[in-house]
Unconditional design. Structure first.
Length: 333
C-alpha cells in the first residue's frame, strides 16, 4: 500500500489535535450514558450543491456567496462532494479545488466532511489523502457499487478497513442505496464500527428499524449514526441518531436546526409539527425532482442554485410550478 499504517496514524494524531468536539446539547440520543464521542458529529450538515455557471464550469464565486449565507445558520458543519454535489460529474482536480474553497471560507469550529469514495480501494485512499491535504476534517466514503454483485460483507469490510487504516482523517461510511443499488450490510457496519478511525455512518436508506439497530449494536463503540434525509430526521433522533446530512438543509437550514433543537430538548409535539411540514418539501427536492429541484428551490430562498451538469436536465415549467406549490402548501413560501 502506498500509505503506510504508521504514517496514517501519525497524521491522524496530528490532525486530531486541531479539532475539538463541540459539547452535546444533551445526553442519551446516540451514545451510552456517561460516554461522549471523541469526534462529535452531532448536528445538522447540509450536503452542499456545486454551483455551475451557464457554461457548466464550477462557479467558485457563487459557492463562496452561498457559504457566507450558511455561516449565519447553526450547522455543525458542511458536507461537500456528496450525491447532491454532483460528485460523479466533477473531475479530480475540481473535487480538490471545491474542498479547498470551502475550507478557506469555513470557520475552524465547523466540520468539513468531504466525499472521497471511489470504485477501487486504491483510488479511494489516494483521494481521501488529497481531501485531507485540502482541508477536510472527515472523509465520507460511499460504497463502491459498479460490481455490486461482488460486494459481499467480507469485500466491503476489507475495503473500508484498508481505507480506515490509510486515511489521515476520520472516516464516515456512506450508504445510499437509491443511488448505488447497494445497502451496506448491517454485519459490515457492526464490524467496521470497531475500527478506531471509522467514526460513523450516513444512512440514506430511510429504514428506521435498521438505523435503531445500528445505534443499539454499536453503542459500545465510538461510532455515530447520521440520518441521510430530512424526511425521517425526527424518527432518527428518536432511535438515537446523532445528527443529519440532509439535502433540504441547503434550502431550509434554520428549520432543520430548529427541529434538531426541539428533539434534543424533548419537545416532541413541536418537533412533530415541524417535521410534518418538512416531509413533502423534502420529498420534492430528493426523490421527486432531485438536484435540479433542489437548486431551483435554493433560488427562492436567496441562494444560488443555477444549472446542473449534463446529463441532468432542468425542470420543466410545470415541474417548477408543482415544486413551488409544495413549498407554499407547507407554509415555506
Amino acid at each position: 500500500m502506498a500509505y503506510s499504517t504508521r504514517l496514517a496514524s501519525s497524521l491522524r494524531s496530528a490532525l486530531a489535535a486541531l479539532h475539538r468536539a463541540a459539547p452535546r446539547q444533551c445526553r442519551g440520543l446516540s451514545t451510552p450514558q456517561g460516554s461522549e464521542p471523541s469526534f462529535n458529529l452531532g448536528g445538522i450538515f447540509p450536503p452542499l450543491t456545486t454551483p455551475f455557471s451557464a457554461t457548466q464550469e464550477v462557479d467558485y464565486a457563487q459557492l463562496e456567496g452561498n457559504l457566507r449565507r450558511y455561516a449565519s445558520i447553526p450547522f455543525r458543519g458542511l458536507v461537500v462532494l456528496g450525491s447532491n454535489g454532483e460528485y460523479p460529474y466533477l473531475a479530480s482536480r475540481e473535487r480538490v479545488e471545491v474542498v479547498s474553497c470551502v475550507r478557506r471560507a469555513l470557520p475552524r469550529d465547523r466540520l468539513l466532511l468531504a466525499g472521497s469514495g471511489c470504485e477501487s480501494t486504491q483510488a479511494t485512499i489516494e483521494l481521501t489523502v488529497s481531501m485531507a491535504e485540502a482541508g477536510a476534517d472527515v472523509a465520507l466514503v460511499v460504497t463502491p457499487c459498479y460490481y455490486r454483485g461482488a460486494m459481499s460483507t467480507a469485500a466491503l469490510v476489507h475495503h473500508y478497513t484498508e481505507v480506515g487504516d490509510a486515511s489521515p482523517i476520520p472516516v464516515v461510511l456512506y450508504s445510499v442505496p437509491a443511488n448505488t443499488g447497494l445497502d451496506l450490510p448491517m454485519e459490515a457496519v457492526i464490524t467496521l464500527a470497531q475500527h478506531p478511525n471509522i467514526i460513523g455512518i450516513k444512512d440514506s436508506g430511510g429504514d428506521i428499524t435498521r438505523m435503531g439497530l445500528m445505534v443499539h449494536k454499536t453503542r459500545q463503540e465510538d461510532f455515530q449514526v447520521l440520518a441521510g434525509s430530512a424526511g425521517f430526521l425526527l424518527a432518527s433522533y428518536a432511535v438515537g441518531a446523532s445528527g443529519g446530512v440532509c439535502a433540504l438543509a441547503n434550502v431550509l437550514g434554520d428549520a432543520l436546526c430548529q427541529l434538531e433543537h426541539l428533539c434534543r430538548k424533548g419537545q416532541w409535539q413541536e418537533a412533530r409539527d415541524l417535521q410534518h411540514r418538512l416531509i413533502e418539501p423534502n420529498t420534492a427536492v430528493t426523490r421527486r425532482f432531485g438536484i435540479p429541484g433542489l437548486k431551483k428551490a435554493m433560488e427562492w430562498f436567496g441562494y444560488y442554485g443555477g444549472p446542473c451538469r449534463a446529463p441532468l436536465a432542468p425542470l420543466s415549467p410545470a415541474q417548477v410550478e408543482e415544486l413551488r406549490s409544495t413549498f407554499s402548501a407547507n407554509g415555506w413560501l
